[in-house]
Design a protein around this ligand. Sequence first.
Ligand SMILES: *Cc1c(COP(=O)(O)O)cnc(C)c1O
Length: 235
Amino acid sequence: MIRENLADVEKRIEEACSRRGRDRSQVTLTAVSKTKPLELLREAYAAGIRDFGENKVQELTEKIPCMPPDVRWHMIGHLQRNKVKYIVDQVYMIHSVDSLRLAEEISREAVKKQVTVRILIEVNMAGEESKFGVRQEELISLVQEAAKLPGIRIMGLMTVAPYVENAEDNRLVFRNLKQLSVDIASKNIDNVSMDILSMGMTGDYAVAIEEGATCVRVGTGIFGQRDYTNRRPDI
Ligand SMILES: *Cc1c(COP(=O)(O)O)cnc(C)c1O
């Protein structure tokens, strides 16, 4: 089932790329495997997936040693400062940095472990109360301050767009995030690149790619619906 789902997602990614004259290699498909058992991750791995996204520290640290070492792990969920130490040298990138205090903690742990951590700044584009992410008005100052910290490298921006029935309804959200990244890139801030734009999920990744996404985070479209009923709290 995973293989068929992936073939379908891959086809849609290629179509979206070609609609905009983009090369397929410009878009990374991150398979969001949260709540899913290792068997399914292994199926996805066997089908060629190397980028996996998780949103809980405990689940991430349990899965990492069970998967091949060439997997790139993406932390895409809200990250508490007291858990940074468990993942800083384990993940390929942290997508969900939305405060200077969190960036400072990542920096501190990265220096301690002598690694450089790739981070994305998460932006709350629609200003939804229920969402994590920095507000657009605060983005530039966060980027400027975080850029001064050792041990981290700002690679771009990430957003979780609103849940919508019609993916077209998120087109402007994606277009605006792209514009923000272009604006920041033009400032040529030291230690900041805006190469990565992490946006688009199962319902809207094709639209996100049309608007410039370089990383789409697809869970349900690959692994099927998630079942949260027996989920342990993240402790
Ligand atoms: C769960 C999750 C996804 C994947 O959502 P789907 O709709 O299942 O594709 C993407 N990004 C983040 C931050 C998530 O938490």
